[in-house]
Write a protein that binds this ligand. Structure first.
Ligand code: ADP
Length: 171
């Protein structure tokens, strides 16, 4: 098994070139804010059309939390968008294994597709409220522990603080 290299970029994930770009979707698969909104805006209507088709077929009730599914990347500089649904953070207790599952299942889909470069946002750290430091730890630990043929996992962090917290995990 080849080594997976983890790289970090600060910026807008919709500007990245990669085989697959991961979307921090919600279970409806029909769009939302944050990364999801940006991906559909920049990727164009082909992505939403495939998401609707998924809702009409395999995912009638939506995509469950922690799972992942691929569509075209439309006009993005990628071949596929892999949609995954992060868990909502709750102060009363949240399940980190569901967040880990997003990374693992997305890499599994990437392997099925034959993607060699995959760009991830910091899943669940926006509208879903997960503390960035813990989310960064879970993201990096999970990718390191996952057997995959993906050669580069690139975390694309929107702001400086997120970048710094991910960089700390890689040291
Ligand atoms: P979730 O609903 O899983 O929390 P969000 O899209 O709301 O997902 O946010 C996830 C993370 O992505 C947040 O840290 C947010 O700042 C960041 N983010 C938002 N837009 C972009 C973008 N265009 N590129 C990269 N990261 C983004």
């Amino acid at each position: 098994m080849t080594e997976t290299t983890i790289t970090l970029v600060q910026g807008d994930i919709t500007r990245e070139r990669a085989d697959a770009i991961v979307n921090a979707a919600n279970s409806s698969l029909l769009g939302g804010g944050g990364v999801d909104g940006a991906i559909h805006r920049r990727g164009g209507p082909a992505i939403l059309a495939e998401c609707r088709a998924l809702r009409a077929s395999h995912y009638g009730k939506g995509l469950p939390t922690g799972q992942a599914v691929a569509t075209t990347a439309g006009e993005l500089d990628a071949r596929w968008v892999i949609h995954t649904v992060g868990p909502v953070f709750q102060a009363s207790g949240s399940d980190p294994s569901l967040l880990a599952s997003c990374y693992r299942e997305s890499l599994k889909v990437a392997d099925e597709l034959g993607a060699r470069t995959v760009a991830f946002p910091a899943i669940s750290t926006g509208a879903y409220g997960w503390p960035m430091e813990e989310a960064a730890r879970i993201a990096v630990e999970t990718v390191r522990a996952t057997e995959t043929a993906v050669a580069e996992v690139r975390f694309v962090l929107f702001d400086e603080r997120a970048y710094a917290l991910f960089a700390e995990q890689l040291r």
